[in-house]
Write a protein that binds this ligand. Sequence first.
Ligand code: R5P
Length: 291
Amino acid sequence: MKIIGGSASNRLSEALSTELGCELMDREIKRFPDGEVYVRIKGDVKDEDVIIVQTTYPDANIIELMALQDAVTDDIGNGRLITVIPYFGYSRQDKKFNPGEAITARAMIRHLELYSDAMVLVDLHAPAILNWAKKAKTVEAYATKAIAQYMKDKDINFILSPDKGAIARAKRLADYMGLPSDYLEKTRIDGSTVKMKPKNLDVSGASVLIVDDIIATGNTIIRATEQLKNSGAQKVYAACTHGLYTGGAIPKLEAVLDGLYSSDTIESSTSRYSVASPVSESIKELLERWD
Ligand code: R5P
């Protein structure tokens, strides 16, 4: 088995090659003067199982992934191609919010599965999007254990989900850490505005960890932090899987939080834990159960 890392997932592909004990292949990725991408795989993939790792954000990384898939498919022979998408861009456009809209998550799944025998995605915003894959096997890996391990020395007493839809993630983390959990009721007004329904949380004097799949503008976490502080929380931390951090979100968040952490699905200054272990477990399970 061999691994090829896209340029959006360098650190994770290295960690994954260590976890799986397989070769990280050399490749050349560059941009032409007009911005178009050029990729070349250096080495032999004939009859090998090949894992390509590439986050599909921002948009240029989607084309890069398609180019890597194309290069591998030509030479792979009887090998299998497993596409690992650590952060799956467009996961939040998973339905028509207004008539006439594209369901972009579906378009992404349909295109990226074309060359893949299997796809591994991490902490999906809406796991049901995997049902759109008709050809490739799919599996979702979770950052939960990695977050729990990283946070275990921080004396956390309470886990909070900033919205009702993410309760399962918060509950899973709370169970790993042996802690109570609760959720807030969030209404999204537009892409950058959210409102939280006031709620009395039992967090007086507590150190609370807010957990979310994505932090984008940071406004969800900022509003949730206000609620926690109003309820008497002493310390508030936030941990997410995918730190998108749009529009200068990191300094805004660091101004109100006691700690801000994300995984290596999107590499940033807050990346503290790796999803290499859960992704490698998912790959091993896939290969064991392959029919
Ligand atoms: C949405 O439901 C997601 O789980 C996140 O809560 C959301 O994407 C965070 O966005 P923002 O940081 O812009 O509030």
